[in-house]
Design a binder for this molecule. Structure first.
Ligand SMILES: [Zn+2]
Length: 276
């Protein structure tokens, strides 16, 4: 699943293509892609002839600010990606939205599993939208140690589960939460409310480091090639992963085979010697 670094790389590419451009035409080809609005036609009609002022990101959500105050929300879901294509180029399978710009370029949304969406809301509809359920962005506005400790206080759920939750800190998914917990030497199954300021401080530092390295290298493209940059290239972060997807392989710090457990139906990787 694309996480903060992959969405940030996508944002940077799309911003170059979109900012200052007028939307000539929108076609949504799958009803699930527009499920936050009434219909594919509604999304198309509301975007038609609008200009894109800027493209932001909060957690894993892309936020396009339009000239009339509307906001485009886009989420890549499990397997979504954007592709910037010249007109007339062949379509990738599972292309479910095509936004044609006034310079002829097409911004295409490819989403095999259709967990992603493209939505348009008014500024006063932010309350109640997926945006309103996100904690501070893990990269742009990370919480302080005291803030995060207050959020986690009294919680018996595992720290891994609460990192995936998005309401305490937004942007981490399965890969980067496993990686950050490894570098912070915190066991993912540890009850979140029992973490003191020292491990929380190590965790926030580790989050910063793993996200920074992943953004630097264009994000993580796994063997399934589900995530690709909008120019079709793969991200180069896979060799930076210490534990994610490495069950049974030696921990890079101590050589102990990497363990795997399931937390909230997600595979969780850790070193039982380094992470106590
Ligand atoms: Zn280890």
């Amino acid at each position: 699943m694309p996480e903060l670094p992959e969405v940030e790389i996508t944002r940077r590419h799309l911003a170059v293509a979109l900012e200052g451009r007028r939307i000539e035409r929108v076609v949504i080809g799958h009803p699930r892609t527009s499920r936050l609005n009434a219909s594919p036609e509604e999304v198309a009609a509301r975007l038609q002839a609008r200009s894109v002022i800027s493209l932001d990101r909060h957690g894993k959500l892309l936020l396009g600010n339009l000239d009339d105050g509307q906001i485009v929300l886009a989420h890549l879901g499990m397997s979504g990606r954007f592709r910037i294509s010249p007109p007339g180029s062949p379509f990738d399978p599972h292309t479910h939205a095509v936004i044609t710009l006034d310079d002829g370029a097409e911004v295409r949304f490819v989403d095999p599993r259709t967990f992603g969406f493209v939505a348009v809301i008014d500024g006063d509809e932010v309350e109640g939208s997926p945006l309103s359920r996100l904690g501070p962005d893990a990269w742009e506005r990370p919480p302080t140690v005291a803030d995060l400790q207050r959020q986690l206080a009294g919680r018996s759920a595992s720290i891994k589960a609460l990192l995936l939750d998005q309401r305490h800190i937004a942007g981490l998914g399965n890969i980067y939460s496993d990686e950050a917990l490894f570098h912070a030497r915190v066991r993912p199954t540890r009850p979140a409310g029992r973490l003191g300021p020292v491990p929380i401080g190590r965790l926030l530092t580790a989050i910063r480091e793993v996200l920074g390295a992943a953004i630097e290298s264009g994000g993580t493209t796994l063997d399934d090639l589900a995530y690709l940059l909008p120019d079709g290239q793969a991200g180069d972060n896979l060799p930076n992963l210490a534990v994610y997807g490495r069950e049974g392989l030696p921990c890079p710090a101590c050589g102990t085979p990497v363990s795997r457990v399931v937390i909230r139906a997600r595979s969780t990787h850790f070193c039982r010697r380094c992470q106590r």
